[in-house]
Design a protein around this ligand. Structure first.
Ligand SMILES: Cc1ncc(COP(=O)(O)O)c(C=O)c1O
Length: 468
């Protein structure tokens, strides 16, 4: 406790006293407005220079990287910032009274503020650093079920979830006898809940069907914002509204939304929101759980160890305040700094330009793929704007199969042409069962992809198809 008090003191005082030192060690590469962005459009070739890996070759062919839903490449500003921190600042955070520890702590806590601002959370206490989306969901599943659920209580997920939003709950079902239910999908890859013809304006559009799944035993709804297989953008704000009318909190899995469009957790009013740094140009091993303060206060710690305690005795241990209660052990403070730089990079381009670019790519890819004989594209089809919702219904992910060609064969042969796509079940086996397939080929886009790369993909698929 004594050290922690010092830590708080220095956190407040040092930036004021030595701010010039703190800012001077790092060469800033992320500018407030990316110089390549003009009037919401950007010069893609210049943007690609920020990602040197994109100009490498594989098998003697230029790399076409279309596996961004799995992980994105990292811009130089992120890599430089992390290297700078290890070179010049490295020390454990929160516990040292010495200069380096204070500097590292300042960077780590500045990253928390950057994340807060990124998703528009009310307070930094609501931002918990985790290893990624998976750990964030497991944290809620474990702590929420332990404190808020009894045997026979229900959690509702959807048929399009990533395994991390299924198995985390199933583990709790095995331990505590809770029941995991799911909302099925329609053939078009959207949830089996329907916009009502004349929605009342104060509910922002009503969805019939969701209530069919809710019972008095429903304690939480946990839903992907964007499907990592179908690209479907789920109407999470409406789900949240209806859930709240029944007193049920909602967790939104934002792994595939946070990289692509502006998320505002206060506007969405979700109770928990989880995302991963590595899918949004940041480092691996760092992610975020946002939780409304009132919920995080109610939940017990997830793991025990250093940092998360207030006082430890053999008789009784008390816990730290938020968000430290959920951050046991040494955090990946270099990765949090890297994540902050990734957010700065995104901000410097702006989501308006990013979303416009990625939507054009998704549209173009869908159009081009549809001209291939025997192709089956899964999930929402073009046009991308779903009428009545005023929202994008498919985002930056296109999954498909061609005739009887196995997805693994297609992916392996595309790889030989320098094209990196993902194949398989994409950690969504229940969704594959629903679609009656073992897997798909998935192309997924990031802010640095080009129409030329999609042309290369389409030409590659045609070439592979001719071989069968
Ligand atoms: C929708 C969705 N949820 C969760 C995850 C898990 O993310 P991570 O492996 O970064 O924890 C992924 C990863 O692909 C995902 O796409």
């Amino acid at each position: 406790m004594q050290i922690y008090k010092r830590k708080v003191f220095f956190r407040i005082s040092l930036p004021l006293l030595f701010s010039s030192h703190i800012l001077s060690f790092s060469q800033e590469k992320c500018l407030p407005l990316h110089p390549k962005v003009k009037k919401g459009m950007y010069d893609i070739n210049k943007i690609r220079e920020d990602f040197p890996i994109l100009s490498r070759e594989v098998y003697g062919k230029p790399l076409v990287y279309l596996d961004n839903a799995a992980t994105t490449q990292k811009p130089l500003c992120v890599l430089d910032a992390m290297r700078d921190e290890y070179l010049n600042v490295n020390a454990n955070v929160h516990r040292g009274v010495h200069y380096l520890s204070q500097q590292a702590t300042d960077l780590h806590e500045a990253a928390r503020e950057k994340v807060r601002e990124f998703i528009n959370a009310k307070k930094i206490e609501e931002i918990v650093f985790t290893r990624g989306t998976t750990e964030a969901i497991n944290l809620v599943a474990s702590s929420f079920c332990e404190s808020q659920m009894q045997e026979g209580d229900e959690v509702i997920v959807t048929e399009m979830e990533h395994h991390s939003n299924i198995v985390s709950w199933q583990l709790q079902a095995m331990k505590r006898g809770i029941i995991v239910k799911h909302i099925p999908i329609k053939d078009d890859g959207t949830l089996m809940i329907h916009p009502t013809p004349n929605p009342s304006p104060d509910r922002g559009g009503e969805f019939s069907g969701l209530e069919d799944f809710i019972t008095h035993r429903t304690k939480l709804i946990s839903v992907a914002h964007v499907s990592n297989v179908l690209g479907t953008v789920n109407p999470v704000d409406v789900i949240v509204k209806i859930a709240h009318e029944h007193g049920i909190p909602v967790l939104v899995d934002g792994a595939q939304s946070a990289p692509h469009f502006k998320v505002d957790v206060q506007a969405m009013d979700c109770d928990f929101f989880a995302f991963s740094g590595h899918k949004m140009y940041g480092p691996t091993g760092i992610g975020v759980l946002y939780g409304k303060e009132e919920w995080l206060e109610k939940l017990p710690p997830y793991q025990g160890g250093g940092e998360m305690i207030d006082k430890v005795t053999w008789e009784k241990t008390t816990f730290e305040r938020l968000p430290f209660k959920f951050e046991a052990g040494t955090p990946d403070y270099v990765a949090t700094h890297g994540l902050a730089k990734a957010i700065e990079y995104i901000d410097s381009i702006g989501f308006e330009a990013i979303q416009q670019h990625e939507q054009e790519l998704t549209c173009y890819c869908m159009e081009q793929l549809q001209s291939i004989d025997g192709i089956k594209i899964y999930g929402p089809q073009v046009p991308l704007l779903q009428e009545g919702l005023g929202e994008v219904s498919k985002d930056a992910v296109v999954s498909f199969n061609v005739g009887n060609i196995h997805h693994l064969d297609m992916g392996t042969l595309l790889d030989r042409l320098g094209i990196a796509v993902r194949t398989g079940h994409h950690c969504a086996q229940p969704l594959m069962d629903r679609l009656g397939i073992s897997g798909t080929v998935r192309a997924s886009f990031a802010l640095y992809n080009t129409k030329e790369e999609i042309d290369t993909l389409v030409a590659g698929i045609r070439r592979v198809a001719q071989m069968f």
